[in-house]
Design a protein around this ligand. Structure first.
Ligand SMILES: Nc1ccn([C@@H]2O[C@H](COP(=O)(O)OP(=O)(O)OP(=O)(O)O)[C@@H](O)[C@H]2O)c(=O)n1
Ligand SMILES: C[C@](O)(CO)[C@H](O)COP(=O)(O)O
Length: 229
């Protein structure tokens, strides 16, 4: 298949990290968090990356990533008020001839190139695919008063990650429909699901964590220096 581009969403506010600086610019093993995410994609390889950052932080990202930006085909664009809007901004900056689109969180620095190749292969076959891992804990649905309503069937539950990969036309249609309907969702796969189209689950690694809270960052520091990822 033709051009394979990535959109990396890095335009969040890092509220749950509770730090003044964008979590994607924190130093993780000598590099900004987001640089690890970019390097994993470039190793796949992808043909180019649109890096979506918080409006007003473009210069900060450009400075922190100066070396890699000089060497690689990476374009920085400002994001939007929600993750869906930010990815939408990234989609708008893609070249016209892109056929396969990968969407990744800038805050997932531990994605492995072999897993990324696997999810891209599944998207080529099925149209849409996401990395995911089977849920390990028992998951219960709670009521508003915190009483258990239901124990969900664990053998069918997956914890969904990024990268998620899509054929261009399908992802574009899903984003147009979501924007039209005011549907935000928490990932891109859910925008495709609501069109009634299949999304293939590709088993990834438990180490592909998203840095959301300070304990995630501490865990990422441990994992980065270990042979577990
Ligand atoms: N308007 C937004 C919101 C989120 N993201 C990105 O989507 C990914 C997943 O979001 P999350 O981890 O929730 O990041 P934040 O929104 O920054 O976190 P918080 O909710 O704690 O503020 C992150 O890489 C984040 O930068 C984005 O590009 N644009
Ligand atoms: C896209 C994602 O990382 C898949 O797990 C996740 O849904 C992002 O959610 P968040 O609420 O924006 O952290």
């Amino acid at each position: 298949m033709g051009n394979f581009y990535a959109v990396v969403a890095a335009a969040g506010r890092s509220t749950r990290m509770g730090r003044a600086v964008n979590k994607q610019l924190l130093d993780l093993a000598g590099r900004p968090v987001v640089e690890h995410s970019l390097r994993a994609l470039l190793a796949v390889p992808v043909d180019g990356i649109i890096l979506v950052v918080t409006p007003g932080e473009e210069a900060q990202f450009a400075g922190a990533l100066a070396d890699i930006l000089q060497r690689e085909n990476i374009k920085i664009v400002p994001g939007g008020a929600s993750r869906r809007a930010s990815v939408g901004q990234g989609l708008g900056a893609l070249p016209a001839d892109v056929e396969l689109i990968l969407v990744h969180d800038g805050a997932r620095p531990l994605a492995r190139p072999d897993n990324i190749r696997a999810v891209a292969g599944a998207a080529r076959r099925w149209g849409a695919a996401t990395l995911a891992v089977p849920v390990k804990d028992t998951v219960k649905m709670g009521s508003a008063e915190n009483f258990v309503r239901e124990t969900l069937p664990r053998e069918m539950l997956w914890q969904v990650q990024t990268p998620q990969v899509f054929c261009r036309d399908l992802l574009m249609e899903a984003h147009r429909a979501a924007a039209r309907d005011g549907y935000e969702g928490t990932d891109d796969a859910s925008l495709v699901e609501r069109l009634g189209r299949p999304v293939k689950l590709v088993r990834g690694e438990y180490t592909n964590i998203k840095i959301t809270t300070p304990e995630d960052f501490a865990l990422a520091q441990i994992l980065m220096g270990s042979d577990l990822n």
